[in-house]
Design a protein around this ligand. Sequence first.
Ligand code: ADE
Length: 254
Amino acid sequence: MHFHILTLFPEMVMSGLETSITGRAIKNGLLSIEAVNIRDYAFNKHNSVDDYPYGGGAGMLMQAEPVYLAYRSVEEQIAGRRAGGEEKKPRVVYLSPQGRTFSQEMAQELALEEDLVLLCGHYEGIDERVLEEIVTDYVSIGDYVLTGGELPAMVMVDAISRLVPGVLHNDVSAEFESFQDNLLEYPQYSRPEVWHDKQVPPVLLSGHHANIEKWRREQSVIRTAKRRPDLLEKAQLTEEEKRLAREVTGEEDA
Ligand code: ADE
């Protein structure tokens, strides 16, 4: 999968994503991540990419042309790679608090794309005309306002990358971790067996796989009911599991 991040801060994005698991996946050729510096497409001698908003108001806006030219360079690069193949425009995500809230489901959908363009805004935003022309998806990472789209873009690349086959080495863990099936992950323990007087739950030492699976599933239900009861509505629970969840949330049995 190829990520193309349009940004004024390419070093920030690359230093974060070239580390750890995404970095390893880049080295292994499973992912490519390029940060395109929008400032390289400034069209005036001062190299500036922002200007005052028409109509007045606080702050500066990123101008349409540098953003457009940076996007076109990515589009041409993709067309070159796919030469002779399908002429499909890439999805272009604009990171903005005004977007749809990012979710595991959205990550799964986007992980199926061959190319993904992420546009990071700064200052007070970007001239609306270029957004209308190139953006296919508006995405927010939560209801709070950050100083720019770089951290949200990194969050998205991280969450999407780990779903690309081979990136985690252990595809089973991508499947079973928190939010899959709308249940949170069960608690986990490693050595030693006793730490600060706390004993690892005995069932995990029993070697009885069916009992371990049963215990883990119950723990997932209990934990979700305690910490994220809002998720339970969408989880597929047996009648017994529903009873267990009601016990935890203190709801009366119907
Ligand atoms: N840019 C600024 N704040 C943001 C947010 N919460 N999500 C996505 N992009 C943003």
